[in-house]
Design a binder for this molecule. Structure first.
Ligand SMILES: Nc1ncnc2c1ncn2[C@@H]1O[C@H](COP(=O)(O)OP(=O)(O)OP(=O)(O)O)[C@@H](O)[C@H]1O
Ligand SMILES: [Mg+2]
Length: 253
């Protein structure tokens, strides 16, 4: 059965596109058949993360009924299929998103939808098109509060929330502690992706970090998310990835 998962955060710029791209590649490396869909019509970014040039045929054309989905699909060397949205045309009828996905259902193992920021109509369309929602946040109160808003949207639309991935984790005292995050968002933290220059390097090279630096701490953390999404315990790793930041406890609530 195809699992359709939207990646949502509420707050902008917290790592949805980075997470969607890398989770997609990580799942593909774990032998899953994956398609990544750019559901962020007002700020389409998936193509840039994968080093794709200007797309003659985009998801927008598919949704408008002007092209077949196969014409808009591109393939990354790691095996992920990518369906980019147009960067020039953001008034596509996002209600048609669900319809555009029908071709993949039953065929792919995973369809990942990179959602826009906020909880507006565009995000609603992405969540409605999916069965499950993955929340992404930084360990900061404003981002977490907005993640809670995104969770509320998912619940209103009766979609299952898979859990929360913390991104750009620095291990600084100012970050909200995991137990407080769980108290606030009431979701399992299924991954903690460090803030690391490898992510920025990978974006500059337009190749997801799990592909660019597969042995990086960041890549391991993303692979762990992929395992947890599949309901598996991540593998034990060597000492280097076991060394955790030293985080001093502070009370933020
Ligand atoms: N783990 C990380 N380590 C270092 N930098 C990161 C990490 N994750 C994201 N970034 C930085 O944050 C930027 C924003 O990430 P991204 O585009 O994935 O966020 P987004 O939530 O999709 O944003 P938007 O809401 O605009 O769609 C990236 O371009 C990158 O520079
Ligand atoms: Mg994005």
């Amino acid at each position: 059965m195809t699992r359709v998962i939207s990646v949502v955060s509420g707050k902008g710029g917290v790592g949805k596109t980075t997470m969607t791209s890398n989770l997609g590649v990580a799942l593909a490396k774990q032998d899953e058949d994956v398609v990544i869909i750019d559901g962020n019509f007002s700020g389409a970014n998936i193509a840039q993360h994968f080093g794709m040039g200007f797309q003659e045929v985009s998801l927008n054309d598919v949704m408008n009924g002007d092209a077949y989905i196969t014409q808009a699909l591109a393939k990354h060397p790691e095996g992920v299929s990518i369906l980019p949205a147009s960067i020039l045309e953001f008034d596509a009828d996002s209600e048609n998103l669900k319809h555009a996905l029908i071709d993949f259902l039953g065929d792919k193992d995973f369809v990942l939808i990179d959602a826009a920021a906020g909880v507006g109509e565009e995000v609603e369309a992405a969540v409605e098109a999916s069965d499950e929602v993955l929340l992404v946040s930084k360990p900061e109160l404003p981002a977490l509060t907005n993640a809670l808003g995104a969770k509320k949207l998912a619940e209103e639309l009766e979609r299952e929330v898979l859990g929360l991935v913390l991104n750009e984790v620095r291990g600084e005292k100012s970050e909200v502690r995991n137990e407080d995050i769980q108290d606030l968002v009431q979701e399992e933290i299924i991954g903690e992706v460090p803030d690391h220059k490898h992510v920025r390097e990978a974006i500059a090279l337009r190749n997801p970090v799990v592909s660019h630096k597969p042995k990086s701490r960041v890549s391991h953390a993303i692979h762990d998310v992929a395992h947890r999404v599949k309901g598996q315990e991540p593998p034990e790793r060597g000492l280097s990835t076991k060394i955790r930041y030293k985080v001093e406890d502070i009370d933020l609530f």
